[in-house]
Design a protein. Structure first.
Length: 364
């Protein structure tokens, strides 16, 4: 379809006809272009997107990718993917034709990421590099699978970074107790950290808790949702994974503490958040407590590691721990293998005994 000039204000506009996913013929008008060239470029991009033509720009395809994938993902998950796309992919690949991207382009982009240093001369972490690369791979794989792109150059080059995060840190029970004393001047902070340490729940799970989630008679707390702060709004979503939906048995002392805390909150309703703060608040409270007590600084999420470490030290199996914290048992075994007591010596001793029994039997 041609483009037209609006004689009233001197701008240009484009009219295009297309078939939607139901097969119906429709028409779309886009106004406000300063030049005829801009209007023609928009028309061309729109037609390529409608046809799923891999000759479109990477930037144009990212809009298609959003249209296809955003409705299928949690808002928090999409926010992360969108941020990476806007800040790490579009500045480099945005104007390139999707079908022209090759392995040399990917290698050059990877090298740029590997060479990055912030104002403190720190590079991107291996985990973050892997997340960035995975997002590019996901977009190009979508183009291969659904829009006729011949191959995925990001997959052919291979990933940078690694799944392994920084060395796992955790507190011992004594370190946590020392820290918790510093939190006692603020009940909300104290009880929030009590839940994190003694139940091993995630930050988002903690911040989504309401009085209705607790059964004080049975000493249980039900984990069925997660809290996020997105675009200045409080957002409640489903937990991280299906395994994350679980009921946790609380120790009696913690049940008593939380019950007293709920009673102290005047006028709170069953569906009100017990801890109406953000993750940033917990971060600053962690900072305050560690400075006051001298306990080493760890991340909020490391309290979850601390809980797992405590349970391993108490002799519980990977299966039992995984059920409590909402993980697969294989993940617990893999991530915390160095904390489980080794059975190698016991195995060798048993094999020795078996060999000696057989040998003694033949001698007799």
């Amino acid at each position: 379809m041609p483009v037209y000039k609006d004689e009233k204000n001197g701008s240009w506009y484009a009219m295009v006809r297309f078939e939607d996913w139901t097969g119906q013929r429709k028409q779309k008008c886009k106004r406000g272009f300063s030049t005829r060239r801009e209007a023609l470029e928009w028309e061309r991009t729109f037609q390529q997107q409608s046809a799923g033509d891999p000759d479109m720009t990477f930037e144009a395809f990212c809009k298609l990718y959003e249209k296809d994938m955003r409705p299928r993902l949690k808002e928090s998950t999409w926010a992360t993917k969108d941020h990476i796309t806007r800040t790490k992919l579009l500045p480099y690949f945005g104007k390139r034709r999707l079908c022209e991207l090759n392995t040399k382009d990917i290698i050059a982009w990877q090298n740029t990421l590997l060479a990055y240093r912030d104002e403190k001369k720190r590079p991107y972490s291996p985990t973050y590099l892997k997340i960035i690369h995975n997002q590019l791979t996901a977009i190009l794989s979508h183009a291969v699978k659904h829009y006729g792109l011949k191959s995925n150059p990001a997959s052919r080059v291979g990933c940078i970074g690694s799944k392994e995060s920084e060395e796992m840190q955790f507190w011992t029970k004594d370190e946590y107790l020392l820290f918790s004393y510093a939190m006692m001047d603020k009940p909300l902070s104290y009880y929030a950290f009590e839940m994190l340490y003694w139940c091993g729940i995630r930050e988002g799970e903690l911040l989504a808790l309401t009085p209705a989630d607790f059964d004080f008679g049975k000493c249980t707390v039900s984990i069925s949702k997660s809290y996020q702060r997105l675009h200045g709004k409080d957002v409640i979503t489903t937990p991280k994974t299906r395994k994350s939906c679980r009921t946790i048995r609380m120790p009696e002392f913690l049940r008593d503490e939380i019950q007293d805390y709920v009673k102290s909150l005047y006028g709170i309703r069953k569906t009100d958040r017990l801890f109406p703060v953000t993750k940033n608040y917990l971060y600053h409270e962690m900072e305050r407590g560690t400075k006051q007590t001298g306990v080493k600084r760890i991340r909020i999420h490391d309290l979850r590691h601390s809980h797992v470490s405590l349970l391993i030290d108490m002799g519980f199996s990977a299966v039992a721990i995984a059920d409590r914290v909402g993980h697969e048992s294989i993940d617990i075994t893999y991530r915390y293998a160095h904390l489980f007591p080794t059975k190698q010596t016991e195995m060798a001793d048993k094999l020795n005994q078996e060999r000696n029994i057989e040998h003694d039997g033949k001698s007799a």
